[in-house]
Design a protein around this ligand. Structure first.
Ligand code: PMP
Length: 365
């Protein structure tokens, strides 16, 4: 169990999800008054020097993790990843043009649905016929010549699949929803034209949405867009066109600083691989548990599996919760179990789940 004086259970929630304990403790220490400021982060103006520093530190930490320089704008917006489903096509999909979407899960499908409200969408590949149990191979992609962009979902939170290598999309800008695996592994972020993520899994609390956009793409934003939906305006104003989610940005900054202090992406990736391997190893050990994602597409963040019957699944969930292993119920649209083991999820929690799974199988299998 973590070292906090308060009892914390193991939280396998898909999001909002577990946060690093040192981040929560620092926020707790600084909640009433930021050191040297005498006011809470929630009480200061977003135009103050103090907040400006908080925002720049958060952006600097994001740049350090991503390796992206000034050619990319780092934006902290609101509205969640779901608003990005709309903002991406509103800004990037020109009249008479087509955007390619790769359909790997329900969030990918939702993104494409929103884009269709704006313009023409080509589904360049879909694994829906396989219950979204895998990521398509390079050979399956039917990309449009001159597509405005190609949209992927790097990690499919509900189905438990993850892109291992980014697809080759030629000169078309690659746009990614990385809500559920952002900063969980090293990646060449320069491969993206735009990458976005709701904060509530690997970045911080809900309410902030991180957007990193290549500068040249800002020229596409039509001046007729609603102001708040315009990336160019948001970039020109350094996310301060209106009042940004100040508390969320503060926590995001602390979380990114924590991640850097852990050794950054290579270190966190090694831990994430160990955690996932331990769980998948247990799932594959006998035939009792069954992973739902095809092996080569398995997510390191959301480990989805089933038990021999729904009755056993209900029992598993109930008893796991009672044992302090919370949030293991799969998404309501697919059922089964899901263990979300994001960056901040501790290895001891994975051990505790593996032990629980063994004992459950021994007594019920
Ligand atoms: N995309 C993915 C991959 C997600 O996992 C989620 C949320 N679980 C969303 C989009 C929607 O995010 P939000 O609630 O921030 O709109």
């Amino acid at each position: 169990m973590p070292s906090s004086t308060v009892h914390r259970i193991y939280n396998f929630s898909a999001g909002p999800a577990v946060m690093p304990l040192p981040v929560l403790e620092q926020a707790q220490r600084e909640l009433v008054a930021l050191p040297g400021v005498g006011m809470s982060v929630m009480e200061i103006s977003h135009r103050s020097k103090t907040f400006e520093d908080i925002l720049s530190r958060a952006i600097a930490a994001v740049r350090e993790l991503s390796g992206l320089d000034e050619r990319y704008k780092v934006l902290m917006l609101q509205g969640g990843a779901s608003l990005q489903f709309s903002m991406v096509p509103m800004n990037l999909l020109g009249a008479g043009q087509t955007a390619d979407y790769i359909d790997t899960g329900s969030w990918a499908d939702k993104a494409a649905k929103e884009a269709r409200r704006v313009g023409a969408v080509n589904v360049a590949a879909s694994t829906k016929a396989d219950d979204y149990s895998r990521i398509p191979s390079a050979g399956e992609l039917k990309l449009t010549d001159g597509a405005s962009y190609v949209h992927i979902t790097t990690n499919n939170t509900i189905e438990g699949t993850q892109w291992k290598d980014l697809p080759d999309v030629g000169i078309r800008p690659l746009v990614a929803d990385a809500s559920s695996d952002i900063f969980s592994r090293p990646m060449d972020f320069r491969r993206f034209g735009l990458i976005y993520a709701g904060a509530q899994k690997n970045l911080g609390p809900s309410g902030v949405t991180l957007v990193m956009i290549r500068e040249d793409l800002l020229a596409r934003s039509p001046a007729t867009l609603p102001t708040m939906m315009n990336y160019k305006v948001q970039a020109e104003n350094n996310s301060l066109y209106n009042t940004p989610p100040t508390f969320g940005i503060y926590i995001l900054g602390l979380t990114m600083t924590w991640l850097n202090s852990q050794g950054g992406l290579p270190a966190v990736a090694a831990t994430n691989e160990r955690k996932a391997a331990r769980l998948y190893g247990e799932i594959d050990r006998t035939g009792f548990y069954r992973g739902t994602a095809q092996k080569e597409s398995r997510s390191l963040m959301n480990v989805t599996f089933r038990l021999p019957s729904e009755e056993l699944e209900k029992m598993f969930e109930k008893e796991a919760t009672a044992a302090g292993l919370d949030g293991l119920k799969g998404h309501r649209s697919v059922g089964g179990m899901r263990a979300s083991i994001y960056n901040a999820f501790p290895e001891e929690g994975v051990e505790a789940l593996v032990e629980f799974m063994r004992e459950f199988e021994r007594t019920r299998g």
